[in-house]
Write a protein that binds this ligand. Structure first.
Ligand code: ASP
Ligand code: MG
Length: 413
């Protein structure tokens, strides 16, 4: 008898029919003799709709109240899924994040899970019930206020719960068939990966691949919980995210991100302490800086460019303007028409010439590279927003990612 955590995303619980379908899948697993804990997201676009409602009534919604509002989305789906399961003759019980003992930091909208008690989850399982837990939420044990974990946070709930309960596996049911070599909406030849390492998945998620929230992958890695990303619409195998993969690909996939903007501070004095004076207040403002490039200085003056999420552009501009004034910089520029394209693969560590090949492919397609950043297993380039589709397609093709794994690789093993 196994203990499995099954997470269903917003599309998978998007309407009554789909909820009935989820209930059938859960009940099938339960009837095989396994203990099942279900984590659900809010139905369809509920979270976006609630956010829009909040902005309609308040210019700057109070973070505590915003979390109260948003956690309602998952509360709706958890109760509906529980009812649908009961209807199939299997006892079920839903729990809010707080009831499930998911304890978090106090950072509303971006809380981190610090501990999972899970007593009521275990008690429910011991009574033979399917336990449904609301994703994306927890409680700050000091203030007793409910918190949310950041967009896409139900993935983190699922994997963290799997770790806390010592589950055998964590299944993430979603509206795609698994993790692909590139976004299949823009690269029709993209191939579903049978498996990918935690390390690679973390880089892909950080580079804009939306299929799994990065923090959930970190939990999986830290606690050794294999994650199976699969379709909620059919029974086919998806992608296994795990520690070691049998196929050692040089390049696992191409990711792209159009959600960042580039900020450039011009005419910055090239002196010790200037970068710190710029990036400290950005960090204090909670702005997530991604790439940073400082140009060669000419006559003691230089430019510093960095990327931030488009959602933080206004705040980043305000901070950068203030710092620019204080340090006597020439001015601040914001460019929202950029995109980031990234190549990810653990095999890069031991293979030379990957960056050169990437730059050559982009050059041959007339794509200018504006910024570059690397990790041991990733190379990212900022390009014009209008060229990102071509960049992704040409890299996917140039690195032969559509061809399936070599013989002897782990596909379907
Ligand atoms: N409902 C939340 C969101 O849309 C959490 C999730 O879907 O995982 O971000
Ligand atoms: Mg969602």
């Amino acid at each position: 008898m196994a203990l499995v955590v099954q997470k269903f995303g917003g599309t998978s619980v998007g309407d009554a029919e789909r909820i009935a379908n989820v209930a059938r899948r859960v009940v099938d697993r339960h009837r095989r003799g396994d203990d099942v804990v279900v984590v659900v997201s809010a139905m369809g676009d509920t979270t976006d709709e609630l956010l829009a409602l909040a902005s309609a009534v308040s210019r700057d919604p109070h973070p505590r109240e915003l979390d109260m509002l948003l956690t309602a989305g998952e509360r709706i789906s958890m109760a509906l899924v529980a009812m649908a399961i009961e209807d199939l003759g299997v006892p079920a019980m839903s729990l809010t994040g707080s009831q499930a003992g998911i304890l978090t930091t106090a950072d509303h909208g971006q809380a981190a899970i610090v501990d999972i008690r899970g007593d009521r989850v275990r008690a429910g399982l011991a009574e033979g019930k399917v336990v449904i837990v609301a994703g994306f939420q927890g409680v700050d044990p000091h203030s007793k206020d409910v918190t949310t974990l950041g967009r896409g946070g139900s993935d983190a709930t699922a994997v963290a719960l799997a770790a806390a309960l010592g589950a055998d596996e964590c299944e993430i049911f979603t509206d795609v068939d698994g993790v692909f070599t590139a976004d299949p909406r823009i690269v029709p030849e993209a191939r579903k990966l049978p498996e990918i390492s935690f390390e690679e998945m973390l880089e892909l998620a950080g580079a804009g691949a939306g299929v799994l929230m990065a923090r959930s992958v970190e939990f999986g890695r830290r606690y050794g919980i294999p994650i199976h990303v699969r379709s909620s619409f059919h029974d086919g195998e998806g992608t296994w995210v795990k520690e070691d993969t049998m196929e050692a690909a040089i390049i696992r996939g191409v990711a792209h991100d159009t959600k960042e903007a580039k900020v450039t501070v011009h005419g910055v004095p090239d002196e010790p302490g200037i970068a710190a004076r710029l990036f400290e207040p950005l960090a204090e403002a909670g702005i997530n800086v991604d790439m940073i490039v400082q140009n060669v200085s000419i006559r003691g003056v230089t430019d510093i460019s960095f990327t931030v999420p488009k959602a933080s552009t206004q705040r980043a501009r305000a901070v950068a303007d203030e710092v620019a004034q204080a340090i006597g910089a020439a001015g601040v520029d914001i460019d929202e028409d950029i995109a980031k394209v990234s190549l990810v693969g653990a095999g890069m560590k031991s293979e030379s010439g990957i960056a050169a090949k990437m730059f050559r492919i982009l050059a041959d397609h007339g794509i200018n590279i504006e910024m570059i950043s690397t990790s041991p297993i990733r190379i990212s380039c900022v390009v014009r927003g209008g060229q990102v589709v071509e960049a992704v397609r040409s890299l996917h093709e140039g690195f032969g990612l559509a061809e399936s794994a070599p013989i002897g690789a782990a596909a379907d093993a």
